[in-house]
Design a protein around this ligand. Structure first.
Ligand SMILES: C[S@@+](CC[C@H](N)C(=O)[O-])C[C@H]1O[C@@H](n2cnc3c(N)ncnc32)[C@H](O)[C@@H]1O
Length: 228
């Protein structure tokens, strides 16, 4: 399933091209190179601090977009990176510009339905609630959802949490951002979904995860381990 990186190849972050400005806008919400780059690096730091980037880690980036985070991992010692998204043009770009630079990186496209179609107009053909991820049980050590669950309603989040429980190895970690109800002004269907930490905690307990809340900014994070 994974490609092994020859030890003599050491791609550098500065060698990875920037995506088209339209893709930066789709994942960042603003058209700014600086905010695209700093947001990616910020997520990478948070992943490192929460133990998702250990040597040899098998890393899954759900809703990876055009690789805003992937590009920042290119100098980390993870063993394999798999990112998937429903937006084919971004996946195609990431394959060409990131996966070609480092064989540890793989980008997959699945045309699932999503409320994100309000933003990018890309309609899915596979019902997200029926979508079984084509990855083997226990095949990842780390799962990231950066600004993804903040754009999904709770019933879809639960569907994804069941897949995460299945693909995470025992002791693995899932790290996800969410938007806090009391800190973000408006819930907009198809754009953002706001939750209280208690709702997230209940959901994680019911889906058999042990969770910890990481910070209390407008985009807060939680990290959870599956109970297996
Ligand atoms: C705000 S962007 C964040 C992208 C990336 N995680 C990052 O931090 O740059 C949200 C991404 O989630 C993707 N997305 C939305 N619904 C999804 C779903 N059900 N499954 C997979 N990806 C999804 C969108 O296509 C989009 O690329």
């Amino acid at each position: 399933m994974y490609r092994v990186r020859p030890s003599h190849e050491e791609p550098k972050l500065s060698e990875i091209a920037l995506p088209p400005i339209a893709f930066m806008g789709l994942v960042s919400g603003t058209i700014s190179v600086d905010s695209f780059l700093s947001a990616g690096l910020g997520v990478r730091t948070a992943c490192a601090e929460n133990g998702l980037l250990g040597a040899g880690a098998r890393f899954l980036d759900v809703g990876c977009g055009c690789g805003r985070v992937a590009r920042t991992l290119i100098q980390d010692p993870i063993g394999a990176y798999v990112g998937f998204d429903r937006h084919w043009p971004m996946i195609s770009w990431a394959r060409r510009e990131i996966a070609s630079a480092d064989p540890r990186f793989q980008f997959d496209h699945f045309a699932v339905t999503s409320h994100y179609d309000h933003i990018d107009g890309v309609e899915g053909t596979v019902d997200v609630k029926e979508f079984r991820w084509p990855y083997e049980d226990n095949s990842f050590d780390s799962v990231l959802l950066a600004s993804v669950f903040s754009h999904m309603p709770m019933d879809e989040i639960r569907v994804y949490m069941r897949q995460i429980h299945r693909v995470l190895a025992p002791g693995g970690k899932v790290f996800a951002s969410y938007l806090l109800k009391h800190q973000v002004e408006a819930e907009m269907e198809g754009f953002n979904y706001l939750f209280d930490p208690e709702e997230i905690e209940t959901m994680l307990r019911e889906e058999l995860f042990e969770a910890r809340f990481v910070e209390e900014t407008s985009q807060a994070w939680w990290v959870a381990t599956p109970i297996k």
